[in-house]
Ligand binder design. Sequence first.
Ligand SMILES: Nc1ncnc2c1ncn2[C@@H]1O[C@H](COP(=O)(O)OP(=O)(O)OP(=O)(O)O)[C@@H](O)[C@H]1O
Length: 306
Amino acid sequence: MDAMACFQAASAYSTRLAVRPLPLQSSKRSYSLCIRNVAATATQQESSSRDVSPKILLQVQGLTASVADSNTEILKGIDLTIREGEVHAIMGKNGSGKSTFSKVLVGHPDYQVTGGAAIFKGENLLEKEPEERSHAGLFMSFQSPVEVPGVSNMDFLRMSCNARRAAQGQPELGPLEFYGFLSPKLAALNMAPTFLDRNVNEGFSGGEKKRNEILQLAVLEADLAILDEIDSGLDVDALRDVANAVNGLRKSSNAILMITHYQRLLDYIKPDFVHIMEQGQIVKTGDASLAKQLEAGGYQAIRGGD
Ligand SMILES: Nc1ncnc2c1ncn2[C@@H]1O[C@H](COP(=O)(O)OP(=O)(O)OP(=O)(O)O)[C@@H](O)[C@H]1O
């Protein structure tokens, strides 16, 4: 298994396989002063608005990051606050940094955080290893989910589920119990039970891989799901199934961060906030109407409205 496959397995699936992900350059850096400030701000906002606003799940402030190998700066100061119950969509031209942002959040080893802070559920996210981020309740569905040869989907899902349960101090689910837990989730995604016997993503079509990603999300019951272009490559029925399944997972205590190019996904999963990313920064934030404006007039119309 290569480093990318290993990373995805460790982070998205919340468990360690035989091979560890590469060490994180980013997580070892010290941002203690900055982190303290952001954490203090989050706490102040929390206490001053405790009775009116839902809790902050993720607070990102001034986040900068570069490609680890080349030091090329990609993220140039991202600010974003996500509260429980919210759906955020990030849109932006190709190459604006959307996927890099989500990968940096889950601790991808290709990137090095060079400044700023990210606080998740009150803790410094950037200090955590990928699997710790996953155990803490962060999930990312990848644009290109990896295949994991030799491991059945069922075993993988159960391992992932039990790894998260163990991290939360909950007892493991045995095979029968787990099947009972899994069956309704499989049905919600219109996935045949035969997918459980196949190796993870091996030979799956693009759409089947995307459904499988959402099945993993359902199993992990993440607090913050980062969905990177889950609509790409889906036929109309699959898009509806996937979106319905995601909507079925929404609770007042969790949140979704979606990356998409198209309004069609947002017709199903309605965003509270739409952010436009450009050259590694969020340059505009609005409500769902911003995506409609974008669909109608392109990026020029959006920037022209500044
Ligand atoms: N590992 C890497 N090595 C070199 N360049 C990278 C790497 N990762 C990202 N980049 C560059 O960073 C920029 C942002 O890429 P990113 O994938 O985050 O964009 P995006 O907004 O998600 O694009 P798209 O909409 O096409 O998926 C691009 O110019 C890309 O080539």
